[in-house]
Write a protein that binds this ligand. Sequence first.
Ligand SMILES: [Zn+2]
Length: 257
Amino acid sequence: MLTIQPIPAFDDNYIWLLFEPRSRQAFVVDPGDAAPVLATLQDMQLELAGILITHHHFDHTGGLEQLRQRFDPTIFGPRNPAIAGLTRQLESGDEVEVLGVRFQVLEVPGHTLDHIAYFHDGEQPLLFCGDTLFAGGCGRVFEGTPPMMHASLQALADLPAITRVYCAHEYTLANLAFAQAVEPDNEQLARRVAEARTTRERNEPTVPSDIALELATNPFLRCGEPDLLACLRAQGRLQGESAVDVFATVRGWKDNF
Ligand SMILES: [Zn+2]
């Protein structure tokens, strides 16, 4: 059984720590900075057995070399030669084992072309999705296209509703403020905003979330919902009715929000 907790890094990154309490073995996901990982491992008396990488951005990979030199962990990541030191390069359909727990690899391009996510399909499904799906939002489309990003998000939306979603940033309040601009009358969204504010006032993470909550409140997973289309139409922002058109409209609006 894995225990999972966030290691805060930089201003708003979360490096996810997965560990097995009995063996004291650990994995981390997207260690952009080695220092907080090393400090946490030492505090908790854990040995780093492996690393999962979701994409090449420096705030997800910057700590790799230092951790590799210190522990010689197994390092899984996408098929991208720009990421140095990978033990194994992954693509859709591959499986990896993390401290005895199997994860499937999903290619989710859009934020970057190399972006992958890690999904465990068990009694409690788990998803590590980097900068693709955020709590209440999604990553910027830097390298891909809106249709590509929409398809990637749709693949995540189709995972079991109870899947816990571990994203890589604490962007939730800003994302939900935008979500409320898109859908001012979404009641579940209003409740989520109130809860997230309370959580942040206690200085606690708003993540993980789950797919059910994202489907109900995240505009980027609601591009086919009549309610969301009606909101865009009422605000004079509807530029096309296909889910991909709606996604491109909402993403473009958020980029300038
Ligand atoms: Zn990124």
